[in-house]
Design a protein around this ligand. Sequence first.
Ligand code: MG
Length: 154
Amino acid sequence: MQAETARIQIMVEGVTPPAARYFLVSFDIDGTLEVGHPPGPIALETVRNVQQRGHLIGSCSDRTLGEQRAMWSSNGIEADFVSHKQQLEALRNEFDCTRFVHIGDTITDLQFAGAAGFEFWYAIDLSLADPEDMILGKEGAASGQHDQSPLSSR
Ligand SMILES: [Mg+2]
């Protein structure tokens, strides 16, 4: 009987979509990533490390979607998504993740993140020893304040 229960649990775990446990981390490009114009403080190695830990990564930028895809592929990274800043909220519907984080360099990033219910980090605040631990290990500045945020109309 116990063995039967254990087998059922394994089956249930086996069909749980892995993405449900993970973060979706959206990066602005210009002023945020090292390959942006201007370059920002976030190394692509940080993005790779976040992705290798099983989380979804991509960009949310004023650049066209084609330019964003080209930026990722020319740097050998297979992004899980590209988005316009106004479309951040759509990512919440598209991906079944537990936490949604946007990282950028301007108040515009903060405002779009807040309006879409994303946690937000300023890129400059992550240019420390373990940026991916900061991204994944604790909540961003806007986290938990979505309902009360003055940046949100809700
Ligand atoms: Mg920027």
